[in-house]
Ligand binder design. Sequence first.
Ligand SMILES: Nc1ncnc2c1ncn2[C@@H]1O[C@H](COP(=O)(O)OP(=O)(O)O)[C@@H](O)[C@H]1O
Ligand SMILES: [Mg+2]
Length: 269
Amino acid sequence: MSAAAELVIQDLRKVFFPRTVNEVMALKDVSLRVAPGDFITIIGSNGSGKSTLLNTIAGTLPATSGTLILDGQDITKLSEHRRAKFIGRVFQDPRAGTAPSMSIQENMAMAYLRGRRRGLGPGVPRRIKSRMRERLAELDMGLEDRLTSQVNKLSGGQRQAMSLLMATVAEPRMLLLDEHTAALDPKVAATIMELTGKIVNDSHMTTMMVTHNMEIALQWGNRLIMMHAGRIILDLAKEQKALLTVPDLVNKFHEASGETLAIDSMLLE
Ligand SMILES: Nc1ncnc2c1ncn2[C@@H]1O[C@H](COP(=O)(O)OP(=O)(O)O)[C@@H](O)[C@H]1O
Ligand SMILES: [Mg+2]
C-alpha cells in the first residue's frame, strides 16, 4: 500500500526547439505544491501547457530547467520508466492505455505486476486472477466474464475503464489523467468520470486531471488550476471553487489572462 504523494514543482520550464525560430516556451517557470491526496482539476486553453506539465511530471519529456520533488526525492532526472512505478497515467486515446492484441487478463496481470521486480511467469497466479475478476466486476461492464477476450474487441468506454483500472491497481502514489474522457460520447464519458471519482476517493491517490469540461473541473476534486500560455494563472481551493459557476470561471479566466477569446471556445464543446 502506497501513501499519497506530495509533489513540489519548482520553476519548471519546458522549451521546445530552443534557440530556433520555432522556439516555444510551453512551461514558463511553473511552481506548485501538490499536497498529499490533492485531487486537482486542470483547465486552460489549447496549447496552454497542460499536457506538457503532465508529461514533464511523468518523465515523458525532460524538463529544460527546474525541479520535481516527490515525497522529498528529486525525480527530475529519473527516467519515465522508473517513474512509472509510482505514477499512473491515463490518456485521451482509449487505445493508449491497453495492449490491443493481448487478452483482458494479460493486460490486467501486467498492470498488477508493474512496479514489482519479478516479471510475469507463464500463466496468471490464481490470487491475482480472483482479485482482478473482482475489480473488473466492479466496472459493471461484464468484463469479468471475458477474461480471455482480446482488448481490441472492446468499446472505447470499456477500454478506458480498463485503462483506469490498469493505471491504479498497483496503487501508484500519483495519478495523471489527460482529458481521459474527451474521446468518449457524453454518456460513456460520465460513466468513466464516476469511476474515476470512485477510484480516486477510495484510494486518496494524489491526482492531477486535465479536462476540457469546466462543469467537471468545478464538480470534481478539491482544487482547480487554470493554465494560460505556460503559466498557472489561477489556483482555487475547494471552498472557493464550490461557490463558482461556469460563467464565473470564464470571467476569472478573462481577468487573469487578459484575453477574451481562448477559453470561450472551450464552452462550445
Ligand atoms: N512534443 C512537442 N514538440 C514541440 N512542441 C510541443 C510539443 N508538445 C507540445 N508542444 C507545444 O507546447 C505548447 C503547449 O502544448 P500542450 O502542453 O500540448 O498544450 P495543452 O495540453 O494545454 O493543449 C504548444 O504550443 C504546443 O504546440
Ligand atoms: Mg493537451
